[in-house]
Design a protein. Structure first.
Length: 102
């Protein structure tokens, strides 16, 4: 078990290092054109407060989209749980009927 934990700890460290390397080329969102080439449009390329505001608006939009998707998934899971409970009740009823007939 310790070997597994040691291995997972190392893999987590390497993932964190990879993320830091990927993010290092981005700079602050909306702060102007980055090292990676395209800046994401004229407002974001200009940087400054308008670029930061645009980046914040974009992040907020995607956060709301993900939140809505998660809410839909949660509703679907709850519906499926209720359906499973109904099926379990029907199975138990059928078992009782079989027991009575035997």
């Amino acid at each position: 078990m310790n070997t597994f934990l040691r291995g997972s700890s190392n893999s987590l460290k390497s993932i964190n290092i990879l993320i830091m390397r990927l993010n290092s080329g981005l700079g602050n969102l909306g702060s102007g054109a980055g090292k990676g080439g395209g800046g994401g449009g004229s407002i974001r390329e200009a940087g400054g407060s308008m670029g930061q505001r645009e980046a914040a608006n974009e992040e907020e939009y995607f956060y709301k989209q993900q939140r809505a998707q998660l809410d839909e998934i949660k509703k679907d899971i709850e519906f499926r749980k209720q359906e499973i409970e109904k099926h379990i009740k029907e199975i138990n009823k059928a078992k009782e009927e079989l027991d009575k007939n035997m």
